[in-house]
Write a protein of this length. Structure first.
Ligand code: HPA
Length: 233
């Protein structure tokens, strides 16, 4: 038992998919896994373990933002010996060519969060994905003809920014999309020597101001989940 995850040792698989929304974790577990058991309900942050084509896998909600995600990622790695973490999330496009429903694979994750500077005594750590997972995910998504894009992402601490144009700085530097979690996932994976990757579906665009509805959101996540499942084994 850790502080925020009420699972016993061995309840959680070595590979865990993490989603900001615990109901997405539930949706994924019920849709894709067999022999599913729920190992966590603490704070409504559901976690499930089951099988996919004979492989054991867990799916865990993390909540939104770096602080909440960092709590679950720390506990999964330190208390439950998790070795591979794949985020399945949503993001907002920062580029005209990144469209709604596109699958964005986060190669690196910049941040405006002070967590990076706190950890590295005022210096910056370049948080990046595991290349093996990235290569595998990209190859699978290309084969499936999913609209996949690989590149830089931004993990912001601020959803409702004081300056509504603040995203344009990151856009000018070629950052594809914004979300709120991957930077800490990649940094913690580096710290503990495990593998991590973020797969993101574009749910809105800061460029065009379009957004997909919450029902459409659920359906459009399937291409991302299939890509995540292709990483098993
Ligand atoms: N901003 C930050 N995080 C997000 C967004 C966004 O527009 N869309 C999905 N996650």
């Amino acid at each position: 038992m850790s502080i925020h995850i009420g699972a016993k040792p061995g309840d959680i698989a070595e590979t865990v998919f993490i989603a900001g929304d615990p109901l997405r974790a539930k949706y994924m577990a019920n849709k894709y896994l067999s022999d599913v058991s729920c190992y966590n309900e603490v704070r409504g942050m559901y976690g499930y373990t089951g099988n996919y084509q004979g492989k054991r896998i867990s799916v865990q909600g993390t909540g939104m933002g770096i602080p909440s995600t960092a709590i679950y990622v720390n506990e999964l790695i330190r208390e439950y010996q998790v070795k591979t973490l794949v985020r399945i999330g949503s993001c907002g496009s920062l580029q005209p060519h990144i469209k709604l429903y596109d699958l964005v694979v986060g190669m690196s994750a910049s941040t405006d969060s002070s967590i990076n500077k706190l950890q590295f005594n005022g210096m910056d750590f370049a948080a990046c994905a595991d290349f093996g997972l990235l290569h595998k995910a990209y190859t699978f998504a290309e084969q499936q003809k999913f609209p996949v894009k690989v590149g830089h992402i931004l993990s912001t601490d601020v959803f409702y920014d004081e300056d509504p144009e603040a995203w344009k700085l990151w856009s000018r530097y070629g950052v594809l999309a914004v979300e709120m979690e991957s930077n800490c996932l990649y940094t913690l994976a580096a710290k503990y020597g495990i593998q991590a990757l973020s797969l993101l579906t574009v749910s809105d665009s800061l460029v065009t101001k379009e957004a997909i509805s919450s029902e459409e959101r659920e359906k459009s996540f399937d291409q991302m989940m299939q890509t995540a499942l292709s990483l098993l084994g």
